[in-house]
Design a protein around this ligand. Structure first.
Ligand SMILES: Cc1cc2nc3c(=O)[nH]c(=O)nc-3n(C[C@H](O)[C@H](O)[C@H](O)COP(=O)(O)OP(=O)(O)OC[C@H]3O[C@@H](n4cnc5c(N)ncnc54)[C@H](O)[C@@H]3O)c2cc1C
Length: 381
């Protein structure tokens, strides 16, 4: 996909590396601010990474009101408005039912209820049965829904310049970054689990492997649901079953060549899968951070920090401010909720880069640096 012919002498305000949902949303909000953006991806189509494999549910997080639940649900409210106002064709507000995994989980749901800060309705076992779904008393989030992941990413990118380019090196000449023939003032790394263009180990990005199967079916299923796996509503004759659970460093056949077997078995305990006919299998990695919060903001100059503070690993106090690599930013670590987080994070990062607005502490990767230094045994030697 090539949206615009480029001149090699062109200098961009920002190049976003990675055309998954994170990169697409950052680029979208940067463009809204009137700056000149280019998106690069090693693939010639958007959403070739984790984003293409995603079931792409946009639903709230349940729990006991943790800080992670709060930010996830702020992002959820923002995402559903963003998609339904701008990309309604690719966001199906089917509603999403959260079903307890087992009896113990069902007890927890009773405690979670007071922390349900987004609009919801309770569904009894009986009411679920009437919908053709097996499960304990559940929560229904009527405004939640499911995205068509690759189509949505393509639609967001359709107004942006996009080029296929596998970035191997980031070179800075004076005040500009040079990436092959492309020149830019700023770079955003939205590369998902492949977070290795700079020394960013302190962010602790880790991949989790997952799969999705799209099945043709005539099942009358209007609502999507999530238990330990996700099963979408029947949208135009297709039901999507997906989950990400397997921790992995590299994409591999951790599923013994049958990525959908256990997912399909589980789905069969939730809905009637008798007429399901597999159309396509998708596999991909999602990238999470150490503390499950997203990673959005500037990147620390790790070698320079070690030079300035050789004893940093021993827990010495360091003088603020932490040294950053200028004009380079990250948007990553969106875990199993990339489609929930990406619009709000994209907006926040665009405001940080263009308007110099302070980045929200909860997502600022700086939070992980000193802890990482202290825990890293090789640094202590
Ligand atoms: C099976 C499955 C189900 C999921 N279900 C949901 C769900 O229901 N709801 C939800 O919100 N999320 C879900 N997720 C998680 C979601 O998919 C991810 O959080 C999200 O896709 C991450 O987006 P991203 O843009 O950060 O990374 P990616 O989509 O992985 O994009 C990174 C991009 O960077 C490119 N890239 C990397 N390195 C380079 C380089 N050096 N040069 C050029 N390009 C580069 C890659 O080609 C890739 O396109 C699911 C994930 C999976 C795998």
């Amino acid at each position: 996909m090539k949206n615009q012919t480029l001149s090699s002498s062109h200098t961009y305000h920002t190049i976003v590396i990675g055309a998954g949902i994170a990169g697409c949303c950052v680029a979208h909000f940067l463009q809204k601010k009137g700056v000149d953006v280019l998106v690069l991806d090693r693939s010639d189509i958007p959403a070739s990474g984790g984003s293409g494999a995603a079931g792409a549910f946009v639903s709230p997080k349940i729990g006991k009101g943790s800080a992670l639940q709060q930010i996830t649900n702020e992002a959820y409210l923002f995402a559903k408005e963003f998609y339904s106002q701008n990309f309604a064709e690719y966001f199906h507000q089917t509603g999403v039912i959260r079903i307890p995994k087992d009896e113990a989980d069902a007890k927890k749901f009773l405690e979670y209820e007071v922390f349900n800060d987004t609009s919801y309705q309770k569904l009894s076992k009986q009411e679920l049965q009437e919908l053709g779904i097996t499960g304990d008393d559940s929560f229904l989030y009527k405004e939640a829904g499911v995205c068509d992941a690759p189509e949505l990413c393509s639609a967001i990118l359709s107004t942006l310049p996009f080029e296929q380019y596998a970035v191997e090196k980031l070179i800075k000449n004076d005040e500009y970054w040079q990436i092959g023939e492309y020149k830019t003032k700023n770079i955003v790394l939205a590369t998902g689990y492949q977070n290795n263009l700079l020394d960013m180990q302190y962010m602790g990005v880790k991949g989790t492997w997952g799969s999705r199967g799209d099945y043709r079916s005539n099942l009358d299923l209007d609502i999507s649901m999530h238990q330990s796996i996700s099963v979408s509503a029947n949208i135009k004759g297709v039901i999507k079953i997906g989950a990400t659970h397997v921790k992995s460093k590299e994409p591999c056949m951790v599923c013994d060549g049958e990525p959908l077997k256990s997912l399909f078995q589980k789905a069969s305990t939730m809905v009637d899968t008798n007429d399901f006919e597999l159309i396509e299998t998708y596999c991909g990695m999602r990238a999470g951070s150490k503390d499950y919060f997203p990673l959005v903001g500037s990147i620390i100059d790790v070698p320079e920090m070690f030079r300035l503070y050789p004893r940093i690993a021993t827990g010495i106090k360091i003088k603020e401010p932490i040294v950053k690599i200028e004009n380079i930013f990250v948007c990553n670590g969106v875990g199993g909720r990339g489609f929930v987080f990406a619009p709000l994070l994209g907006k926040m990062l665009a405001e940080y880069i263009v308007d110099n607005k302070t980045i929200d502490k909860r997502i600022n990767p700086d939070r992980l640096f000193l802890k990482w230094c202290r825990k890293n045994k090789t640094l202590k030697r």
